[in-house]
Design a protein around this ligand. Structure first.
Ligand code: ATP
Length: 248
């Protein structure tokens, strides 16, 4: 999802000194999209088209839709990894995220991207580049999270060390096998029971235990609800399930 980060121009100040969030922010993890739209370029159609959505503290949300539906864009917008010229707003714990510098926003949210980066260096440097944690903390996170030996688990360990209130998980498709994927989800459920978790889901197994599913199509939210209810309704989600079409 974040493979294009390096191509995106710095669109906002890193820190806005006269408007910084409190040290605890976000303490609850509520997310509100209000009439939010964005385009990657002026001549392209909207990648997100008038998104209105409230995600409650501690909710586990599965985001599904076909390839190109806008799932990654929704997550990128939360990290402000999208071009200038968005309209509407995104509030986190009631604060408009565009009012803060990106350096005050991005480190406060957790991300497990599809393509995790394994930095060279020791485990300790990988997990704790800022030297914030004791070796015991690091080993406990490692032992919890590193059985699968996958690069994604490194990202997970980094997160375990920093109990973020909002976590975005871009579910792996190619890099991680089903067993490791299940392990990651189990760990996330256990370790982040109080966090709001947004999963861009590519597997049915992953989304079925979400509190709510968001179905996206052509940049819009076309369906929202608990998975079992959506299946009963026989709408977009049940069609995706039937076709097993969860994007790449
Ligand atoms: N960097 C970019 N520049 C231009 N257009 C983009 C860019 N990234 C995404 N898009 C377009 O925005 C739309 C939404 O893409 P997005 O990646 O959010 O979809 P997605 O649902 O995450 O798809 P996938 O399941 O394939 O990851 C698509 O039409 C896509 O082609």
């Amino acid at each position: 999802m974040f493979k294009n980060i390096v191509n995106i121009k710095p669109e906002a100040p890193y820190i806005i000194h006269d408007n910084r969030p409190s040290a605890e922010w976000p303490a609850s993890g509520k997310i509100e999209f209000r009439n939010f739209s964005m385009k990657y370029r002026e001549d392209l159609p909207k990648a997100l088209d008038n998104i209105n959505l409230t995600i409650n503290c501690g909710e586990r949300i599965g985001i599904v839709g076909r390839t190109g539906a806008g799932k990654s864009s929704l997550a990128k917008a939360l990290f402000r990894l999208v071009p200038d010229g968005t309209t509407g707003s995104i509030l986190v714990d009631g604060q408009d995220i565009s009012k803060f510098g990106v350096g005050d926003l991005r480190p406060r949210l957790g991300i497990i991207p599809q393509e995790s980066t394994m930095f060279s260096g020791s485990y300790k440097i990988n997990l704790d580049p800022l030297k914030e944690f004791s070796i015991e903390d690091i080993w406990s996170a490692l032992l919890n999270g590193f059985s699968g030996g996958q690069a994604q688990l490194f990202s997970l360990c980094r997160l375990l060390l920093r109990k973020r209130r909002i976590i975005v998980l871009d579910e792996a498709t190619a890099e991680v096998d089903l067993e490791t994927d299940k392990e990651i989800h189990r760990l996330i459920r256990d370790e982040f029971s109080n966090s709001t978790i947004l999963t861009i889901a590519h597997r049915l197994e992953t989304v079925m235990d979400s509190d709510r599913i968001i179905v996206m199509d052509k940049g819009q939210i076309v369906e929202v609800g608990p998975p079992q209810e959506l299946i009963k309704q026989g709408g977009h989600f049940s069609k995706l399930v039937e076709a097993n079409d969860f994007g790449q």
